[in-house]
Design a binder for this molecule. Structure first.
Ligand code: ATP
Ligand code: MN
Length: 469
């Protein structure tokens, strides 16, 4: 076969490929469908660079290798040389008149699981090794890429440094969720101490270690030196909650900023979310339109709503009053002091304000130890951003920068000083007002993709009883 430089389908269909028309080109990809008759065959070829397929036209009688053509079936992988021409058919501008085809890999039509269209998302989860070959997951993974890139771009353009927080952690101070143990000890006969407990001083790190639930505490160390940092990495929670919004392994973005108070923090969160959504609307239109058509008819209008609305800001206490006065029957009753459930959050966003909401100043008893305490003695400078369909998408706060107040809160909550002494030291040496927040990447993906289940917005979901692929 003649050696030609490979063209991506994206380049042929999207970019201005006028100067290639009439030329011999090469494309490689996976066959989505083949149809036709004994005179002509039409192959829809997809290489993942774009949601659309390029059409390969084969003049069957002129094509020498009948057997090869028979083996070009849905799911097989081929390389095609041919002339790029303007298409006579509807639905595409250009197509390829095949002169040579190499068959890289067949896909037995009797066995290939994606033979037909229209599989359920549940079925596709069971074949997570092949579902990237579908339009839906191609769109999802390209969106994930674009959104990740936009996150780094936003922070880079705004003077933030990417801090790599550790994945293995020696502290369990965050209390954000049950953790996964990391150990090299022998389960059958672990070393024991005199008290009859497992002796972790003999473990790999000389202490108990786990997979991190958040990069925030380490992020604060970075912010108190570099001013503005962000982390973007995997986090792990061994929570046995089989919901459509929880994963055991998910990615989190956590900016942390010295000299930011809670208002600066809210401004950043709002600007950041609007930027990200604007970015994918500009760069991922084809994939978004596909997802809108297939899964969520209001996707685009919801995305526009975010970009165009001013987020409503109010306190937790004000929100409780609204919920109590609403006359709504909630599954979980509301009163001051309760943690808000997503039904409450969604009522505020979808029914009451009809736009995103940022709640601040939550009761201290339902929030983490590191949040700045208000003078009322009852609330802390927390801020949660609530979105339609999702509820909480961001959780953040101004941090307690006062050593004594932080220490007393740590003691009150029964956190071991030996777990957080290094964190406390930042308040002893050059403490500064600072703030930050955490954005769950897959929660954002749920929102921007219109998908209903968090298992469908990550390539290889980790959930209870599920880590096959
Ligand atoms: P939730 O109440 O929904 O369980 P959380 O209060 O435990 O959330 P945080 O500890 O504040 O969440 O984590 C920060 C962000 O990480 C959340 O706002 C959310 O976007 C995301 N997040 C939390 N837990 C999960 C999970 N198990 N899977 C995916 N994303 C998550
Ligand atoms: Mn949780």
């Amino acid at each position: 076969m003649k050696e030609l430089k490979r063209s991506r389908v994206n380049d042929l269909l999207k970019k201005d490929c006028r100067d290639l028309i009439g030329k011999e080109i090469n494309v490689k990809g996976w066959v989505r469908t083949k149809r036709g008759n004994k005179n002509v065959a039409f192959i829809a070829l997809n290489d993942g660079s774009i949601i659309h397929n390029i059409q390969v036209v084969v003049d069957v009688p002129a094509f020498q290798n009948e057997e090869l053509l028979r083996n070009v079936t849905t799911g097989s992988c081929i390389s095609v040389n041919g002339q790029l021409v303007e298409s006579k058919g509807k639905g595409q501008q250009v197509e390829i008149l095949a002169s040579e085809i190499t068959l890289y890999g067949t896909a037995d039509p009797e066995k290939y699981p994606l033979q037909k269209k229209g599989h359920t998302l549940e079925f596709l989860r069971e074949i997570a090794h092949l579902r990237p070959r579908t339009n839906t997951f191609g769109a999802i993974f390209r969106l994930r890429h674009a959104l990740s890139f936009a996150i780094h771009k936003y922070f880079n353009d705004n003077g933030f440094y990417y801090l790599h927080s550790p994945i293995i952690t020696g502290s369990d101070a965050e209390g954000a969720g049950a953790m996964f143990r990391v150990t090299t000890l022998d389960f059958k006969s672990p070393p024991m101490d005199e008290g009859g407990n497992i002796d972790y001083s003999k473990d790999f790190f000389g202490k108990e270690t786990n997979l991190t639930v958040s990069g925030q505490l380490e992020g604060e160390l970075g912010a108190l030196a570099l001013s503005n940092i962000y982390t973007f990495g995997p986090t792990f929670r061994a929570e046995n909650s089989n919901t459509a919004r929880h994963l055991a392994e998910f990615w989190m973005i956590e900016p942390e900023m010295a000299f930011f108070d809670i208002h600066d923090n809210m401004d950043l969160a709002e600007d950041f979310l609007k930027y990200l959504i604007g970015y994918i609307m500009e760069h991922c239109e084809d994939d978004l339109l596909f997802l809108e058509k297939m899964y969520d008819k209001e996707l685009m209008s919801r995305l526009k709503l975010i970009v165009n609305s001013k987020f409503e800001r109010l306190t937790y206490t004000e929100a409780i009053d609204i919920l109590v006065d609403s006359g709504q029957q909630f599954e979980f009753p509301v009163k001051w002091g309760v943690d808000l459930q997503s039904e409450h959050e969604r009522y505020l966003v979808e029914k009451h304000f009809e736009k995103p909401v940022i709640l601040t100043d939550y009761p201290r008893d339902i929030k983490a130890f590191y949040m700045k305490q208000n003078d009322d003695g009852k609330t802390v400078r927390a801020m949660d951003v609530l979105f339609p369909r999702i509820g909480e998408i961001i959780g953040g706060s101004q941090r307690e920068e006062d050593y004594d107040r932080l220490l007393s809160r740590i003691k009150e909550m029964g956190i071991h000083i030996e777990d957080v002494w290094w964190y406390l030291e930042t308040r002893k040496f050059g403490t500064a007002p600072h703030s930050g927040f955490g954005l769950g990447f897959e929660r954002l993906m749920l929102f921007v993709s219109g998908m209903g289940n968090i298992r469908d917005v990550i390539p290889f979901p980790r959930t209870p009883q599920n880590a096959e692929f």
